[in-house]
Design a protein around this ligand. Structure first.
Ligand SMILES: C[S@@+](CC[C@H](N)C(=O)[O-])C[C@H]1O[C@@H](n2cnc3c(N)ncnc32)[C@H](O)[C@@H]1O
Length: 265
C-alpha cells in the first residue's frame, strides 16, 4: 500500500489541489461541525493521526484546542509547517508536528492520552484497518472521542457511474478497492465493520455521518463549481451538513465519518 514516498509526490496535489476545491471546503466545514458535536471543550488535547497538512486539525487549534499532528510523510509535514505559519500566533503555539507512523502512534506520543483522536482519510491507504484502529483507541483517554473518516464500501458504484464508466460501475457494487481520486489504490470500509472494530478496542460508536454528496456528484458529473463564490459554497455546505446527518443521503456518501467514545474507566 501507499508509503511515504508516494505521499511526497501527492503532497502538492492534495494540499493545494483537493482542498482548494468546493468539495475540499465543504468537507472541512461539514467534518468540523460534526466534530464539535462530540469534542469536549478546549483545550483537549487532540491527536490527528495521518493529519497531513492540517486542514482538519488546524481549525481546531484556532478554536483553542492543543493539537498534535502525527504523520509519517516529511513532504506532508512540510506542507503542514508552511500552513502553520499562516495561523495566528496563539493557534501556532497550540500545534505540535510529529513525524511517525500511525502504527507506532502510542510510542511516538510517549503514551500520552488524548481527549480526541482523529484519523481522516488514512485507513483506505492501509492494507487492513486493525493495527491503526487499535493505536487510535489506545491513544484515546477514558471518556475521550475517536473520529474516523473512511471510504464507504457500500457506495463504490457511485463514482464510476457518475463518470459513465458503466462496466466499472457494475463491477464496483461488490468491490472494496479502487484507484482513488489521487490516482493511487485505496480500500474502502463499512460503518458496521469499523464500529465492531472500535467496540473490540473499548470504544463505543456514537454516531456516523456522510461527508459530501451533492458537490461530489456534481463534480464527477462534469459541473464546474467555483470555489471563489463564497455565498454558493456556504449555501452548498449548509445543504451537505444536513444531508450528512440523515438517511438515505448519508448512506450514499462515498466517505463516512464515524465517531465513538472510549468507555470511561
Ligand atoms: C489523504 S491524506 C489525509 C490527510 C488528513 N488526515 C486530512 O484529512 O486532510 C492521507 C495521509 O495519511 C498519511 N499516512 C499514510 N500512511 C500512514 C500511516 N501508516 N500512518 C499515519 N499516517 C499515514 C499520509 O502521509 C497522508 O498525510
Amino acid at each position: 500500500m501507499v508509503g511515504d514516498d508516494t505521499w511526497a509526490s501527492l503532497a502538492d496535489q492534495f494540499a493545494e489541489g483537493a482542498y482548494t476545491s468546493v468539495k475540499g471546503r465543504v468537507r472541512t466545514y461539514v467534518m468540523h461541525e460534526q466534530l464539535l458535536e462530540h469534542l469536549p471543550s478546549p483545550p483537549g488535547p487532540v491527536l490527528d493521526v495521518g493529519g497531513g497538512a492540517g486542514h482538519q486539525s488546524f481549525p481546531l487549534a484556532r478554536a483553542g484546542y492543543d493539537v498534535t499532528l502525527l504523520d509519517p510523510s516529511p513532504a506532508m509535514l512540510d506542507k503542514a509547517h508552511q500552513r502553520l505559519q499562516r495561523l495566528p500566533s496563539g493557534a501556532q503555539r497550540r500545534v505540535t508536528l510529529l513525524e511517525a507512523d500511525g502504527d507506532n502512534a502510542d510510542e511516538a506520543v510517549k503514551h500520552q492520552r488524548f481527549a480526541a483522536v482523529l484519523c481522516h482519510g488514512v485507513l483506505g491507504y492501509r492494507g487492513r484497518p486493525e493495527p491503526l484502529v487499535s493505536q487510535l483507541c489506545r491513544c484515546t483517554d477514558a471518556g475521550g472521542v475517536v473520529s474516523i473518516m473512511a471510504g464507504n464500501a457500500q457506495a463504490m458504484a457511485v463514482r464510476p457511474a457518475l463518470e459513465r464508466r458503466w462496466d466499472d460501475a457494475l463491477a464496483a457494487f461488490d468491490a472494496r478497492d479502487e484507484i482513488g481520486v489521487l490516482g493511487v489504490p485505496t480500500r474502502a470500509d463499512t460503518v458496521e465493520e469499523l464500529s465492531e472494530l472500535l467496540r473490540s478496542n473499548g470504544v463505543e460508536p456514537l454516531r456516523w455521518y456522510g461527508v459530501w454528496l451533492f458537490v461530489d456528484w456534481l463534480e464527477f458529473g462534469g459541473a464546474e463549481l467555483d470555489p471563489g463564490d463564497s455565498q454558493q459554497v456556504a449555501a452548498a455546505a449548509a445543504v451537505e451538513l444536513e444531508a450528512s446527518r440523515r438517511d438515505p443521503y448519508r448512506q450514499l456518501s462515498r466517505v463516512f465519518h464515524l465517531v465513538g467514545r472510549k468507555t470511561p474507566s
